[in-house]
Write a protein that binds this ligand. Structure first.
Ligand code: ZN
Length: 59
């Protein structure tokens, strides 16, 4: 059986962590959900800190 787990394509902007779903769009924000096969989550994301500070400033 083929696994069909998808992840919110906009989770980096809209969520604190990847939002996984079996649907074609994110149950949280409605953005497209993309196949998660090539792990989109990089814990060593060099831009993570930058993005987080941006987010903080925008609030
Ligand atoms: Zn989302």
């Amino acid at each position: 059986m083929k696994s069909d787990i998808r992840v919110c394509s906009a989770w980096r902007e809209r969520h604190d962590r990847p939002v996984y779903t079996l649907s074609v769009d994110c149950p949280d924000c409605g953005a497209d959900a993309v196949n998660s096969a090539p792990a989109p989550f990089d814990p060593e994301d060099p831009y993570g800190e930058y993005r987080r500070s941006l987010k903080r400033r925008n609030r």
